[in-house]
Design a protein around this ligand. Structure first.
Ligand code: ME8
Length: 474
């Protein structure tokens, strides 16, 4: 079977990583780990987007040359992913010289096939978004995402003939028929609606930006950073020793960049006669403490700080348990702390601890029983697996939470401490069935909380209890 090829966006290195980047990356890691545990080979790609005006400006503001600047930032992403226990297969950097070659070849082929044309263009450009914006997207003359006024850019550029490519290859039909799955359903409908409104061709070179890959055949221009960035997914199949096989199975991202992944990228691939990604999934955008994350507001959450406070697994868990993956939501340190105490310390941690402690106290030996287990969660497990496979992480964790609560209630109902006085047979059965259910939960928890699941497994095997998630006071 083909290696499952999963990607996150490659993040801009104009600043250090924040919790928004962590969100997508953790989700991708959960999926990758889930499939690996099932024995499937997986290639999980993440990385950094290092060219373009936005990065050049940030470098200038930091008083550094762009290359030195990106070289200092890319490792910060790698470090953050290490702290979050992200098991990616390759970390892609767009300044990799081998990638530059692939991009030039890719663009040159688009030109050869007649999908690139030189045109004069004037428009409003938002550097924060790294794209031309339309007047009707602005609020009080400013980009709503970046709260800055776009600049007027007037230059001769090379254009990718998006409209022609989409029409020639029937992109609309491809998306409607799920030959390229755009998910969730609501996003698919948005994309279809936008295609039906009509597509504009895309300027794919920049005359004024020197920090980029020289445009093939015209080194007065550089390749538009978004084109350079999207090609990373293809490039990865060319430049590594143990490469994944094209096409990608899943591109994960937030809704902010779905347009690039669901329209522009597939259209470029179609124009080159390359197979399309199987699925593009756009999750929601979250605010922090009710506000859009921004330096000015001062609510940008650093994943490293959160890991220090709550531990790797609690951060991974809390991110995906706060609101459904496809929807917008809100997150904050307080919410993570609450989740931690409620679900992890009082819920899971307490359940594991009390079960093992009672097994020790009442000297219950570990043995496999054929008895009908009242607390057997098999049916729920199937449902949870399906939820993970369909990227419903929130619901999957909700299902796990229900099993945990169910087991706690089961113990309270059966009262092992009373059975110990009257019915030792039943006592063993109750505790062993909880123990067995917990053992099967380990497999489901492992993709979300790899370290804790491992600890839990060891404790269940050795019957040596230790608090998994000590309560956080304050
Ligand atoms: O767009 N909520 O990079 P970027 C949820 N370099 N997810 C969030 C988020 C939030 N508040 N903020 C950021 C780029 N993200 C390009 C991508 S790919 C070929 C090039 C996550 O650093 C989410 O995955 O702006 C979003 O799509 C991505 O970070 C944008 O990262």
């Amino acid at each position: 079977m083909k290696k499952l090829y999963i990607t996150t966006p490659i993040y801009y290195v104009n600043d250090k990583p924040h919790i928004g980047h962590a969100y997508t990356t953790v989700a991708a890691d959960v999926l990758a780990r889930y499939y690996k545990a099932l024995g499937r080979e997986v290639f999980f790609l993440t990385g950094t987007d290092e060219h373009g005006a936005k990065i050049a400006e940030a470098a200038k503001a930091a008083g550094k040359e762009p290359k030195a600047f990106v070289d200092s930032l890319a490792p910060q992403f790698q470090k953050a992913w290490e702290n979050l226990n992200i098991e990616y297969d390759q970390f892609f950097r767009t300044t990799n010289p081998e990638h530059e070659k692939v991009v030039q070849e890719f663009v040159a082929k688009l030109k050869e096939r007649g999908y690139i044309e030189k045109r004069k263009y004037e428009g409003l450009y938002c550097i924060g978004c790294e794209r031309f914006v339309q007047k009707n997207e602005l609020i009080d003359g400013k980009c709503p995402d970046h709260n800055t006024e776009p600049e007027i850019h007037s230059e001769e550029n090379y254009f990718f003939l998006l409209k022609r490519a989409a029409e020639d290859f029937g992109l609309l039909n491809i998306i409607e028929k799920d030959e390229l799955i755009v998910a969730p359903e609501g996003r698919k409908n948005e994309v279809i609606g936008k295609i039906k409104q009509g597509l504009d061709d895309v300027s794919i070179s920049r005359a004024g930006v020197t920090w980029g890959i020289p445009f093939p055949g015209d080194d007065t221009q550089t390749v538009y950073v978004w084109v350079d960035a999207l090609i990373n997914y293809w490039s990865a199949t060319k430049i590594y020793k143990n490469p994944p096989e094209w096409p990608t199975d899943l591109h994960l991202m937030a809704k902010d960049i779905l347009w690039f992944h669901a329209i522009i990228w597939p259209a470029m691939l179609l124009a080159l006669g390359l197979p399309l990604p199987k699925k593009v999934f756009a999750h929601g955008f979250f605010t922090v403490g009710g506000k859009k994350m921004s330096k000015t507001v001062g609510n940008v959450l650093d994943p490293n700080d959160l890991v220090k406070k709550f531990g790797t697994d609690a951060v991974r868990y809390a991110l995906l348990r706060e609101f459904p993956f496809g929807e917008d939501g809100d997150i904050s340190e307080e919410k993570i702390a609450e989740r931690y105490n409620k679900d992890l310390a009082n819920g899971l941690g307490n359940l594991v601890n009390r079960t093992i402690s009672m097994m020790n106290k009442y000297q219950i030996k570990l043995e496999i029983r054929n008895s009908k287990l009242e607390a057997n969660p098999n049916v729920q497990i199937k449902k949870i697996q399906k939820n993970i496979e369909e990227l419903r992480f929130y619901e999957a964790l909700g299902g796990i939470g229900n099993i945990i609560n169910g087991l706690n209630v089961y113990i309270d109902k059966e009262k092992p401490w009373e059975l110990a006085k009257s019915d030792s047979e039943k006592l063993s059965e109750v505790l062993l069935s909880v123990h067995m259910s917990l053992s099967s939960l380990v497999l489901l928890l492992a993709p979300f909380m790899p370290e804790s699941a491992e600890k839990m497994k060891n404790q269940l095997e050795t019957l040596k209890p230790e608090p998994l998630f000590p309560r956080i006071e304050d």
